[in-house]
Every structure is written in C-alpha cells, then in structure tokens.
Design a protein around this ligand. Structure first.
Ligand code: AMP
Ligand code: DBH
Length: 550
C-alpha cells in the first residue's frame, strides 16, 4: 500500500492529465482518495474472510482467499513472461472468473488492463493495442459462437508492440493463463495515485477514446457506490452485462460487491432464461440492466417458473428508461428500481433506494459525491436558469481531466477549468436530481451500446462506391435507438448489404454496423454548411412513423 500523493511522484505513464494539486489535496483530505490500490483491497478482504465465496461462474466458485492467491500467482507468471509494471495489456474477456484473476494480477503488478468489450473486433482491438502500445492481449478461446483465437491472429499481424496472446481456455497456439500460475514472488507496489487501468468511452469522434482511471479515483467511486446501494457481506450481485463495462464493474457492480465482501455471480448471457436460473440458485439480491433488457426481463418474469424473490434492487442505466417501463418494476419483480446515469469518464448518478416513487420513476438520479460539481449550460457555456434544459458539464473526485493521448480532442471535450463536456442534455430538479432530456454529442445510443457516428462514417467512406456518409439515430421500440446511414453514392448505389459486409470485413464491431441504409443524391446541409443531421433524423423518424401507420 502506498499513500504517496500522485502529484509529488513522477508518473511513469505519460499522456494523461492528473487533477490539479489543490484539488487532489482536497479529495485526499475529504477522505475520498485513501491511497489504497485494488490489489490492497483484495488482499485485505482475503485476510479478513478467506473462505467466503467471492466469485461464482462458469462452474467455478472462487473464495476470496483463492482469488487473492491466484492473482498473486498469475502476477508472478506474467512478470516472468516479461510483463512489466506500467505495461498495457488489452483484456477482452466475457463474464468469466478469469476476468478478475487477470485484472487483479495486473493491478498487483502495476501493469494496466485496457478493458475491451467482447463485441469489439479487429478494427477496435488493433486500435487499442496500437494506441496504448500494448504488449499482451488476453482472450477467451471461444464465446457466443465467436472464435477469439482467429481474431487474435489478425490483430497480431497488425499490432506491432504485441508480444503475447494469453487465452482463458484451451491453449492451442497461445499461452493458457492456467499455465502461468507460479509460486508467488515479490511484486512491485503500484501507487494509488497512478493510472490503474483504461476504461473505454462510447465516444463521438473518429477513433475510440481511452479513459485513464487511477486506483484512488476509481476506488472512491466504487466504495461510495457500494454505500449508496447498501451492499454488505450478504449481497449477491449478478453480472449480466459485460463485466468490463463501467456500469457492471463499478456502479457498484462486481468491484463494489467485492469491496463489501459480498458475492459476484457471472452470467455468460443476459437472457432471462440463464439469468433467472442464477437468481434462484444463488439467491441474487441485485443486478444491473440496460433498458431494452429490463423490458425483456419484465415480460419473461410474468410467466417464469423461477423464484426471483431474493431480488431486492434492479438497477437500470446506460440509456434513458421510460417511466412506463420503470413503473412495472416493483409490481412485476417485487424489488426496488434504481436508475443509474453514469459514464466511464467518471460521474455516476443514482436514484437513492429510499427516494420517493416520483423521483425513482421520473429522474436519472443525483451524483455520488458532494464534491461532484455539476453545471447545466447553454451553447455559450452560460449557466441556464434553474430547471431549464442545457448541456451537462461536470468535474469532481472521480471524473477524468482528459482522455489518454488525445490532446486535440481534450481541448474540445473539457472546459479550460477542467469540466468534462458530457454531451448530454439534462434538466436539474430543485432536489438536485438530473433528468436526461437528450444528447448533443454525435453518437447513437443503441440500447446502451454507444456508437460514435464519425467512427462509422469513416469506415463507410473507405468503400469505393460511397462519396459521402452521415450516420444518425432512428427511433426503435425495442432498443430506443438504432442507426441509419445516409449515403451518397459514386455512380450506381450498391446493395446495402454490400456496405455492411464491407464493414464486417474491416473488423468493425457488429453493433456499429448500420441497421438501415438510405441513399441520397446529396446530404442536406445547414446554413453554415455542416451536414444537417437534425433534418436526417427527422426524415427517418417521419418515414418510420408513416410506415407504422400505413
Ligand atoms: P460512456 O461515456 O461511453 O461511458 O457513455 C455514457 C453515456 O451513456 C452518458 O453520457 C449518457 O449519454 C448515456 N447514459 C448512461 N446512463 C444513462 C441513463 N440512465 N439515461 C440516459 N442516458 C444514459
Ligand atoms: O452508460 C454508461 O457508461 C454507464 C451507465 C451506468 C456507466 O458508465 C455507469 C453506470 O457507470
């Protein structure tokens, strides 16, 4: 454990923006940043209750003691392999216990996990490897019918710094994680003020953005979240969404549950079939879903044979939950709804478990911390009148000051005084609760999966038959939004499926492939000559509404 203040120590890792020293001091004095690392946390819990079960999943049950030991032994093996403190390792694992073994081993070593999602493909993974100069890439052998070994072969051809591919599963051509467990060795002690890992942003620009999170700041958000959600040793948290996602990991998620000494249950798939079985079998008390999944669960719960009565809290977040669906949670599942409006960049808002129904059903909660600074501003960064809709800006003890190695973008994504421009349009109630009213960023929120329009447009523009491209959101009853690509052809437009096949070929994650393609002769522009995406959204929404009527 190291209580050394980050500002007074040379950062091994460049390319990230620490908090200003005055604020770092304030966050330490307020007791938010405690100089504790994730490695310390697990060590302490394992010493206190070694035999208690920490993780359940893929037919394994790991106690706190076992997880702690395996993290140490894996760290030793990784070190022997040549992975050094400060090295970056892209981790792309589904909901397996191995995810935690690997992350805690890297935390102990002071190497930095880069948390990819299982849905990412060659384009994203290669970019993460190159941008972070990663030395290793960790994959499952197969998951959900997809062969990650083949993906690793492709990534390896392009990512020059990559030295190792490690696999959770059958070894084959790659090193199996299980073969790396060695007798524990003396490990370096990372400082709590250092970057612990990289989280991903849904982004709104051409390339995905990486979010550097320190032990100090992330652990504060985890600890405070566990308190807000009243987690304790009796809590059983079911991870349904990918474990690497910020929501599932930290709000309070699996890390919050481990913090509280509870049990984390890992569901490989989010379907009610599998999840309901886990809820009954492990007496799950809490889980977290995106809105479309919440609707599917509510439908399935009406006729299920499984006993779901252990469930006390259902969290819903990642995209706006309609109050109609919100209203069905208690009558159908008999548990408390908690709305969660968060972002991997930091700020997380929760409705509190004892909030009145009006707040829980109609708002997206309020911030974790008394030191979360919130501003709601107009287009010129002037604070709006109370209760008006405006852009949400925030800074605080667990909100980043800049993306990793992204100076040009940071100059736009943060104000000069360090507020993060969330890109969300919100309204603040007199009680300080936020209501998400829309979005100003160029992004599609496809049922909680964020798609950066520009990133997809760039991929589409690489197709020889496409002259111009604009990706916009279109309304969808199930997912809230889906993506529609408006394309201008060079000559004869090819069939839309050819464009989509082209994107898959380029290794773009499937959720980013446009749900619909419309060909136009030109893209409409605004008076200042920018593509008029508002008009395109309106056009496709009208078109869909007509279709629904007619
Ligand atoms: P990211 O920055 O990729 O982690 O995505 C965070 C974004 O997801 C937020 O800025 C919002 O746009 C969106 N989001 C998350 N939770 C909610 C919610 N409960 N309601 C509406 N939007 C949400
Ligand atoms: O959507 C998100 O990114 C999100 C949602 C809820 C998040 O990062 C979080 C909670 O921490």
């Amino acid at each position: 454990m190291s209580a050394e203040p980050a500002g007074e120590r040379r950062q091994a890792l460049g390319g990230w923006t620490p908090w200003p020293p005055e604020l770092a001091d304030l966050y330490r004095r307020a007791g938010y940043w405690r100089g504790e690392t994730f490695g310390d946390l697990l060590r302490e819990r394992a010493a206190r209750h070694p035999d208690r079960i920490a993780l359940v999943g893929d037919d394994r049950r790991l106690s706190y003691g076992e997880l702690d030991q395996r993290a140490d032994r894996l760290a030793a093996g990784l070190l022997r392999l040549g992975i050094q403190p400060g090295d970056r390792v892209v981790v792309q694992l589904p909901n397996l216990a191995a995810f935690f073994e690997v992350c805690f081993a890297l935390f102990r070593l002071g190497a930095l996990p880069v948390l990819a999602l299982p849905a990412h493909r060659r384009a994203e993974i290669t970019y993460f490897c190159e941008h972070t100069e990663a030395v290793a890439y960790v994959i499952p052998d197969r998951d959900g019918g997809f062969d990650y070994r083949e993906l690793a072969r492709q990534v390896r051809r392009e990512a020059r710094t990559l030295k190792h591919v490690l696999v959770a599963g059958e070894p084959g051509e790659y090193t199996a994680l299980s073969s790396l467990l060695e007798g524990p060795v003396e490990l370096p002690e990372p400082a709590a003020g250092d970057v612990a890992f990289f989280q991903l942003s849904g982004g709104s620009t051409g390339v995905p953005k990486l979010i550097p999170r320190t032990h100090d700041d992330y652990l504060y958000s985890v600890r405070a979240s566990a308190e807000i959600c009243a987690l304790d040793a009796g809590s059983v948290y079911l991870a349904v969404l990918p474990v690497a996602h910020n929501f599932t990991l930290s709000s309070p998620g699996s890390l919050g549950t481990l913090y509280a000494g509870g049990r984390v249950v890992l569901s490989r798939r989010p379907s009610p079939d599998e999840a309901f079985r886990w809820i009954e079998r492990e007496q799950v008390t809490m889980t977290a879903l995106v809105p479309p999944l919440a609707s599917v669960w509510l439908e399935a719960a009406r006729t299920t044979r499984h006993d779901l009565s252990s469930l006390r809290v259902l969290q819903v977040g990642g995209a706006k939950l309609s109050s109609e669906v919100a209203r069905r949670v208690r009558p159908t599942l008999g548990c408390t709804l908690q709305q969660v409006f968060g972002m991997a960049e930091g700020l997380v808002n929760y409705t509190r478990l004892d909030d009145p129904d009006a707040v829980t059903l109609e708002t997206q909660g309020r911030p974790i911390s008394p030191h979360d600074e919130i501003r709601v501003v107009d287009d010129e960064d002037r604070d709006v009148e109370g209760g008006q809709v405006g852009h949400l800006l925030t800074r605080g003890p667990y909100t980043i000051r800049g993306y990793y190695k992204a100076d040009a973008h940071n100059a736009k994504a943060f104000t000069r005084d360090g507020f993060y421009r969330t890109g969300d349009l919100v309204r603040r109630t007199p009680s300080g609760h936020l209501i998400v009213e829309g979005r100003a960023k160029d992004q599609i929120n496809r049922g909680g999966e964020k798609i950066a329009a520009e990133e997809v447009e760039n991929h589409v523009l690489a197709h020889p038959a496409v002259r111009d491209a604009a990706l916009v959101a279109m309304p969808d009853v199930h997912l809230g939004e889906r993506s529609c690509a408006f394309l201008v052809p060079r000559g004869q437009p090819p069939p839309g499926r050819e464009i989509n096949a082209f994107l898959r070929e380029r290794g773009v994650a499937p959720y980013k492939v446009p749900d619909r393609i419309e060909w136009l002769e030109t893209l409409p522009t605004t008076s200042v000559g920018k593509v008029d995406k508002k008009a395109l959204r309106q056009w496709i929404a009208d078109r869909l509404a007509q279709g629904a009527r007619g």
